[in-house]
Write a protein that binds this ligand. Structure first.
Ligand code: HEM
Length: 518
């Protein structure tokens, strides 16, 4: 039962300004900190300061704490009342809300702005997805990004009920007959903008390791099964994976070979009876590998590079790798020792594994562009809030021209990225898959390169703006510290920046007309 709140005048509160009785006002609410002061992580002395004890400490509080501190139940209960005839001015953000902070949302979500791409249906879809992320995903993400445990099964189940696992595989036949987002969008109307919305909304949970733990492995590991698996294999694997009951990952990179698929040392040799592959070798940095049931695995075979679907079983071992993001991602070292894999689990032609891999690169990289762009926007929002609420030399940080210049760069980067991303997404919606492969491989590679470079610039600028808090994993700068620590992941996964830069220009050279001369 919520306790009865009293009303006080400011004069009454002022009297409680000492160790025996210590009250403060924060945003028209009165808190009794008498017993809490000795437990206060910032110490008792700051609370007993004559400008704080018995006074309005709103500015001091918001200069040093995130709003969420006041909302935690153990602190919320310190409130004993409100100030007579005054209203709170800093209400708690509501789940599902669109942020009013400038540049905290892509323009298409801002009041009064227009978009040629997003329809009414996209807007309804976004609202539903945001609510789901705020209510179901973010609370779980914040817990498991810190405790390193995998996402709660209940989250996977709730995502499955809305068919989010299926929708994250993009538009296509796999959506047929499914009820998407409680029927909000018809399978045949689901397009890449819906998928962009899903990825960008999930990214708002601001937990990079958890984001990958939330079945990043499936997003890259399932397409080869969807596109190259036999009907029997698909019937066995896909329903459980899209229901969030079984887990799949992509196992290509190795300790010896990185992502150089022609330098792989994991071998698959045919058994004497010809019915099985016998697989031996290791795989490293395998996202979701620690809890995967299936491994879409790149192997060296007699006639080149072949992709196999390997089921967890005898001879398959996985060990967690501690990286600079949370182990909630299930990043693993995987070993295969004499693993018997049915020949029917071959994905695509023997020796033609490179086509199996290449066929998904564009989509995978585009997904990463969606999330990298959105995560930068989250950092812009953090910086906009911090620089207006944090006072230095008696003025908000934002009053410093050098801080405004950094924000200008951050904003320009994120806005240009989102605009390019929306343009390419529109092309994807209007080009057959094959044409996408030839026309969009270059631009998507360049966009990803640009996105992850910008992300690292933005991370660096944000640390400068937050100072020591930008390298502290709790308190005001916790998301900046997290971002700065984990931002290199995006620059490596799906192709390192320099490789993508080169790919983008080489693709452009292919289309260069011979007659084009200065
Ligand atoms: C309801 C009242 C308050 C509660 C529940 C509270 C709670 C906390 C908590 C949980 C922290 C740890 C850091 C974090 O998680 O953000 C903290 C730190 C701190 N608090 Fe408070 N606090 C309150 C009021 C105040 C006030 C009025 C001041 C006035 C100056 C203050 C000054 C500090 C300082 C200086 C720190 C250390 C910040 C840092 O390490 O960066 N607190 N407080």
């Amino acid at each position: 039962m919520s306790k009865q709140m009293k009303t006080f005048t400011r004069e009454e509160v002022e009297k409680h300004n000492n160790e025996g009785s210590l009250w403060v006002i924060i945003d028209a609410k009165v808190y009794d900190l008498t017993r809490f002061k000795d437990l206060h992580p910032g110490g008792a002395a700051v609370l007993l300061d004559e400008e704080i004890a018995g006074q309005d400490a709103t500015d001091a509080f918001f200069g040093l704490h995130r709003h969420e501190v006041l909302l935690r139940p153990q602190y919320a209960r310190l409130q004993i009342g409100t100030i007579e005839d005054e209203e709170e001015e800093i209400p708690a953000p509501k789940l599902g809300d669109i942020s009013k902070v400038p540049y905290a949302e892509p323009t298409w979500l801002n009041d009064g702005f227009h978009s040629p791409y997003f329809t009414k249906n996209h807007r309804e879809f976004q609202a539903a997805m945001r609510k789901f992320v705020d209510e179901v995903i973010t609370p779980d993400a914040l817990i498991h990004e810190s405790d390193n445990k995998r996402p709660n099964q209940e989250v996977f189940d709730k995502m499955a009920a809305l068919e989010i696992h299926a929708m994250r595989m993009g538009p296509g036949k796999h959506l047929k007959g499914r009820t998407l987002m409680n029927g909000l969008v018809k399978p045949e109307e689901f397009d890449y903008f819906h998928e962009l919305i899903i990825t960008q909304e999930i990214t708002r949970c601001k937990s990079r390791g958890y984001g990958d733990g939330l079945l990043g492995g499936k997003v890259i590991g399932l397409p080869p099964v969807l596109n190259f698996g036999s009907d029997e294999l698909k019937a066995k694997v896909i329903p459980d994976v899209l229901a969030g009951k079984k887990f799949i990952c992509l196992a290509v990179s190795e300790a010896q070979a990185g992502s150089d698929v022609f330098g792989l040392s994991t071998t698959a040799k045919k058994s004497d009876c010809g019915k099985f592959w016998i697989v031996n070798g290791n795989k490293k940095w395998i996202t979701n590998g620690a809890f995967a049931d299936y491994f879409t695995t790149g192997c060296k075979t007699d006639n080149g590079f072949t992709v196999l679907l390997i089921e967890r079983g005898e001879g398959v071992e996985t060990k967690s790798i501690k990286t600079s993001y949370s182990s909630t991602a299930g990043t693993a070292y995987v070993t295969f020792q004499n693993v018997k894999v049915p020949i029917e689990n071959t994905l695509g032609e023997e020796g033609a594994g490179i086509y199996v891999m290449l066929s998904n690169f564009n989509h995978e990289r585009w997904v990463m562009c969606c999330s990298s762009t959105r995560s930068q926007r989250g950092i812009v929002e953090e910086c906009m809030k911090w620089t207006t609420q944090r006072k230095v030399f008696g003025k908000p940080l934002i009053n410093q021209p050098v801080v405004r210049a950094k924000l200008a760069d951050m904003i320009a980067r994120v806005e240009s990225l989102q605009a390019w991303l929306e343009n390419l997404t529109h092309q994807m919606n209007n080009m057959p898959y094959k044409e996408q492969a030839s026309k969009l491989a270059g631009p998507i590679a360049l966009l990803k390169m640009h996105a992850t470079r910008s992300a690292q610039e933005t991370a660096k600028d944000a640390v400068q703006i937050f100072g020591g808090r930008g390298v502290t994993s709790s308190g005001m700068g916790k998301f900046i510290e997290h971002y700065h620590r984990t931002v290199p992941f995006d620059a490596l996964l799906g192709g390192a920046e320099d490789v993508l830069a080169d790919l983008g220009v080489r693709q452009a050279m292919r289309a260069m007309p011979k007659e084009a001369k200065l």
